[in-house]
Design a protein around this ligand. Structure first.
Ligand code: SAM
Length: 209
């Protein structure tokens, strides 16, 4: 079962050595930083143990929601954030949601949706379409979506699971296409694997129409 798989990952592995580990999520911070206003509502889906939350909180007031299928991953972030200075995040809030994105129904709208290395685990077209509908419903008109998924030249597996792979057009189309989201920015990112080599990602920043 998928939840068990990811729970095991976060209970047994050192999060600094997993293939997707980034000490600082530079591209996410730069791209989101260019579109966020103080106090914006941001959701990071499949947040894992990423330090994105720490860095966003350090930048200024934010209304942050972290979603993951693994409660162990969310616990790691909760503990880390509690240990950091509360003065770093005045006027901010963080909500932790343990949920499977394949069935999660957000109970509110967001100014920005962030997904790094999660959408590509959906290999069933019906699940990809359901995800696209969820994003379209959850992001307010004018809000932004940043998704990083394996590029066509990237790995076809990660964490022992098969992955889908995309170029910019394919990823944009899979997320609903131009009728739903205007393309703001697209780039490829070569992510350095902590144990050597690189992983090729397609990064997209979209704006909800
Ligand atoms: C490769 S990791 C990326 C983590 C984080 N975004 C980062 O950049 O460090 C994938 C994450 O997605 C979560 N995940 C995978 N499938 C999911 C699903 N169906 N619903 C919610 N979270 C999921 C996993 O638990 C894991 O934390």
């Amino acid at each position: 079962m998928l939840a068990h798989h990811w729970e095991q990952v976060y209970r047994t592995k050192d999060v600094h050595t997993v293939s997707w580990y980034q000490p600082v999520p530079h591209r996410s911070l730069q791209l989101l930083g260019g579109v966020l206003a103080p106090g914006d509502a941001v959701v990071d889906v499949g947040a894992g143990a990423s330090t994105l939350a720490d860095h966003l909180l350090a930048r200024g007031p934010i209304d942050l929601t972290l979603v993951d299928i693994s409660s162990a991953a969310l616990d790691l972030v909760r503990t880390r954030l509690l240990a950091s200075s509360p003065a770093a995040s005045p006027g901010s809030s963080v909500r932790f949601v343990q949920a499977d994105l394949r069935s999660w129904v957000p109970d509110r709208r967001f100014d920005a949706w962030h997904d790094r290395a999660v959408f590509h685990f959906l290999t069933d077209p019906a699940e990809q379409q359901a995800y696209a509908r969820t994003v379209a419903a959850a992001v307010r008109p004018g809000g932004h979506v940043m998704v990083s998924a394996f590029h066509r030249d990237g790995p076809d597996r990660c964490s022992d699971l098969p992955t889908a792979r995309y170029d910019a057009d394919g990823l944009h189309e899979a997320l609903g296409g131009d009728a739903v989201f205007a393309r703001v920015h697209a780039e490829r990112e070569l992510h350095p694997h902590p144990r050597g080599g690189t992983q090729d990602f397609q990064v997209l920043l979209l704006q909800r129409r």
